[in-house]
Write a protein that binds this ligand. Structure first.
Ligand SMILES: C[S@@+](CC[C@H](N)C(=O)[O-])C[C@H]1O[C@@H](n2cnc3c(N)ncnc32)[C@H](O)[C@@H]1O
Length: 286
């Protein structure tokens, strides 16, 4: 089998895939984070001949398959979002519990950081980011407060921003008041939703017949994109409803294997609390 792991991370899934595809199987593994790629290489050292490592965003899926002459994949996996080292290392700037630079880049070679967004985006653009990617109802008000504060002192530190958000919003819900703003910044910095949507369309286009795509999403925005793109390709026709005869020539491309997403059970969540919001959807190419 030829398998693509779009989100290699620390190589846990890839290792299990390699065990199952046997010595003749091939794996193409993406991660835009160079440090994770290095960690995974160490872990997978006995399989190196079978793996092509790609230090790029998975939005380059189609072009990379062509460039490497990998052929049509039999399976494509996406395990979206952050890996544990991102959350645990304050230097990466993802955590609102520990002081670190306001960074949040998966790819440390890129220019855009959370610090830039927080300190340089015009108020309205900042509010839109917080609303669209954080689904935060008070986005306009929060953006206004941030803009006011940054005139006196720039935000450069994660804990400073988190404490500022606590100070203006209070702590009324179960979740930390900074949760939605941090999620929004992370998604904006890494263009997570655009790249996901683009890569999903590419994945459907490149999969071998009967090939499968599996995606694990961790928040509703990414899960909605997966659900919508999968549903799009399970349709027979995409003509507007008022047309009496089909004119679209659209071909159904996917069969859904998970009508509802697979979620972890209580035992799994107790063993691995970071799995608690995971939703797995799988589809098969016709
Ligand atoms: C949840 S972790 C994957 C963990 C992995 N399945 C494992 O077993 O260790 C997600 C990884 O994908 C990477 N990643 C996230 N979005 C990406 C993208 N658009 N392109 C390439 N890599 C991405 C992150 O840097 C991170 O290392």
């Amino acid at each position: 089998m030829k398998v693509v792991d779009c989100t290699l991370g620390l190589g846990g899934h890839s290792e299990e895939i390699l065990k199952r595809i046997g010595p003749k199987g091939k794996l193409l593994a993406f991660d835009q984070d160079e440090e994770n790629l290095k960690r995974a290489k160490k872990r997978l050292k006995k399989y190196l001949k079978q793996i092509t490592f790609v230090n790029l965003n998975f939005e380059h899926l189609k072009a990379t398959l062509a460039k490497t002459k990998f052929g049509a994949p039999d399976a494509i996996l996406m395990d979206l979002g952050l890996s544990s080292p991102h959350v645990d290392d304050p230097e990466r700037g993802f955590s609102f519990h520990k002081a670190g630079p306001l960074d949040m880049r998966f790819d440390r070679g890129q220019k855009l950081t959370a610090e830039w967004i927080v300190n340089s985006y015009p108020e309205e653009k900042l509010a839109n980011v917080i609303f669209e990617y954080g689904e935060e109802r008070k986005s306009r008000w929060i953006a206004k407060k941030i803009v006011h504060r940054r005139k006196e002192a720039r935000f450069t530190d994660t804990l400073d921003l988190a404490n500022f958000l606590i100070s203006i919003m209070g702590w009324k819900e179960k979740i930390h008041p900074a949760t939605r703003v941090f999620q929004a910044l992370r998604i904006a910095v890494n263009r997570e939703l655009e790249t996901l949507e683009s890569a999903l369309h590419q994945a459907v286009a490149v999969l071998a017949p009967k090939g499968r795509i599996a995606v694990i999403a961790y928040h509703s925005l990414e899960d909605r994109i997966v659900k919508t793109v999968f549903r799009h390709y399970t349709q027979e026709c995409i003509c507007p409803k008022y047309l009496p005869v089909c004119q679209c020539n659209f071909k159904k491309k996917l069969y859904l294997l998970t009508k509802k997403p697979i979620i972890p059970n209580g035992i799994e969540v107790r063993g691995n609390p970071r799995s608690r919001s995971a939703k797995l959807r799988v589809a098969e190419r016709l």
